[in-house]
Write a protein that binds this ligand. Structure first.
Ligand code: ATP
Length: 553
């Protein structure tokens, strides 16, 4: 498929407002995509690789602006692109309005392009760009993007620019793609959903739905080495649990970072974060531990916990010092020791266990892993639950988890079968969308940070502001935060900067109040910085509807 045709069809989707009509247009696009189906599905979601693959394009706004300016000719600079972006707020509209090479060249003379840009070309180039690494890689990335922009017509340029900055913004989310796959290939939505949960690969699932139908979708299996979305928990109490289920499985809630360990005794061992990022290199002791202990292929779910010399838990911040670290891993390993507390088993020795009840998954877990398993009590007695909670808190753990012993493992779902209970005041995980330069001795650092919640309302901006945080941050930490956030600056106005939404802060607060000051309609009283949630993406930040609930509305 030519990329310009893809762009035309995407523009029709973007222009449509009725949900059912959007799904039909997307279904039509899938039905016509032929061999390009997997790529078309991914591009529509703004992705170049399946969700389980942690590869990212790593193209920041500056790089994209430079490539666009170069394609637009000598009269346009990267700053011009940034200025226009500040006016319109949509890189797609800016890109479309620039006369890039393709528009100044053949098309201007009415000639057909003998070598039109195809969807497959875009896929190839962007994949090459994603793997560009090392010295000179930034220049090569600009060259690649320039090459693409140079060959694209205006509408294609619009979607290319949005694609490389991972902001398609066409009103097509994962749910629409799922429904469109079902509609295009006449398979049940549930069958598509189940296959997506297992594979995390929208492109592959679309192909399977088309080529093998419902039976093919039912046949998908987990692959050791490909991460699965983590099952999540809601807050809840022992009463909630015992009202809903005949018995409750109680576990310690460890204050660490979620890890999924994929181990093949004849192959690799890999560790993934809650967001399916590969953190294997940062956590060698988990790799060594599992390699020593497990002799069959497994997928384990658990928590990486930082412990002191006596094996007692250290606070969550200690784990974050180890998580995702690329350098000095050996030295940091001496400073902060990490241990695995495995609490679930998704696959053991050739058998997928997602549909197996928790109590039986736990039997598998204990049989494959002799130590390092989080202790579990199954009970119907509220006093036993209370005793487990007291015990967990006395041992400095975060709280307890209450799970339905008969429930399946539902990847990516924050369902009712896992409840978390922790006593301390809740913190919020919010996206940093802006900042202000400090004053006096802090003038070289960003000092005050603008926080936003994820907007889960059907329309409006992706993030809505809710407050600013400037307290709770040491000078040393401030310098680190500046280093982290400065590359994300999109636009500066006086001392205020707008940031690409990429970093998530955990923030404490006294109260949430209704307030017209911020876009969310709420403001935090006495917000204080707690930590950078390196394990979370903006899509995992707290949502506006959660804020509404917490505010008591
Ligand atoms: P929180 O900030 O409360 O950890 P979260 O948004 O990171 O919340 P939730 O799904 O809401 O994630 O809470 C469950 C998290 O608790 C899991 O992701 C996991 O990291 C952690 N956890 C600790 N111990 C357990 C356990 N025994 N079973 C399941 N999850 C556990």
């Amino acid at each position: 498929m030519e990329f310009s045709e893809f762009a035309d069809r995407v523009a029709a989707v973007e222009a449509e407002t009725a949900d059912l009509e959007i799904t039909s247009l997307v279904a039509g696009l899938f039905a016509d995509a032929g061999d390009d189906l997997p790529v078309v599905v991914r591009l529509l979601l703004g992705r170049i690789v399946p969700a389980w693959d942690g590869t990212t394009l790593d193209v920041g706004p500056q790089l994209c602006h430079t490539a666009l300016a170069r394609a637009a000719g000598p009269n346009v600079t990267a700053d011009d692109v940034a200025d226009r972006l500040a006016e319109t707020g949509d890189i797609g509209a800016v890109a479309e309005s620039l006369e890039t090479g393709g528009q100044r060249g053949l098309a201007a003379f009415g000639a057909a392009d003998p070598d039109p840009l195809t969807v497959a070309d875009v896929d190839d180039r962007l994949r090459a760009l994603a793997s560009a690494d090392g010295s000179g890689s930034q220049d090569r990335k600009v060259d690649t993007l320039f090459g693409l922009f140079n060959r694209a017509d205006p509408l294609a340029t619009r979607y290319l620019a949005r694609l490389v900055l991972s902001e398609m913004r066409i009103g097509v989310g994962e749910g629409t793609v799922r429904d469109a796959i079902a509609e295009a290939f006449d398979v049940p939505v549930d069958a598509v959903e189940n296959a997506l949960q297992v594979t995390n690969d929208y492109g592959a699932v679309a192909v399977r739905a088309r080529d093998e139908g419902k039976a093919g979708l039912a046949d998908v299996a987990l692959t050791v080495g490909r991460p699965v979305r983590a099952m999540l928990a809601q807050t809840g109490t022992a009463d909630d649990a015992l009202d809903a289920w005949a018995a409750v499985a109680v576990e310690t809630k460890f204050d660490g970072a979620r890890v999924q360990v994929h181990h093949d005794p004849d192959g690799e061992t890999a560790v993934y974060s809650r967001n399916m990022a590969d953190v294997t290199d940062a956590l060698p002791e988990i790799v060594e531990f599992v390699q020593d202990a497990v002799d069959v292929p497994v997928i384990l779910d658990g928590e990486a916990l930082a412990v002191d010399d006596d094996g007692d838990p250290l606070p969550f911040q200690a784990v974050l010092r180890r998580f995702r670290r690329k350098h000095d891993v050996a030295r940091m390993r001496e400073e902060v020791a990490i241990e695995l507390r495995a609490f679930d088993c998704l696959h053991a020795d050739g058998t997928d266990l997602l549909d197996t009840p928790l109590r039986d998954r736990r039997d598998h877990l204990e049989s494959v892993l002799p130590t390092g398993v989080s202790p579990l009590t199954i009970t119907a007695d509220p006093d036993t639950v209370a005793a487990r909670e007291t015990e967990a808190l006395a041992a400095d753990h975060e709280g307890i988890m209450l799970k339905n012993p008969d429930s399946a493992y539902t990847p990516g779902k924050r369902g009712q079968n896992w409840l978390k209970r922790k006593p301390e005041v809740e913190t919020l995980d919010l996206v940093v969308t802006g900042a202000e330069w400090g004053e006096g001795r802090r003038a070289n650092h960003l000092g005050t940070f603008l926080l936003s919640a994820r907007n889960d309302a059907p329309d409006g901006d992706d993030f809505v502001t809710i407050g600013k945080v400037a307290t709770g941050i040491s000078d040393e930490r401030l310098a680190e935060l500046s280093d982290l956030l400065e590359p994300l600056i999109q636009h500066q106005d006086g001392t205020e900067v707008t940031l690409d939404p990429a970093v998530v802060f955990e923030v404490g607060y006294e109260e949430i109040q209704a307030s017209p000051t911020y876009g969310s309609g709420y403001a935090l009283r006495f917000p204080r910085f707690v930590a950078v949630r390196e394990d979370k993406r903006p899509a995992d930040a707290d949502s506006l509807s959660r804020i509404e609930r917490l505010a008591g509305e």
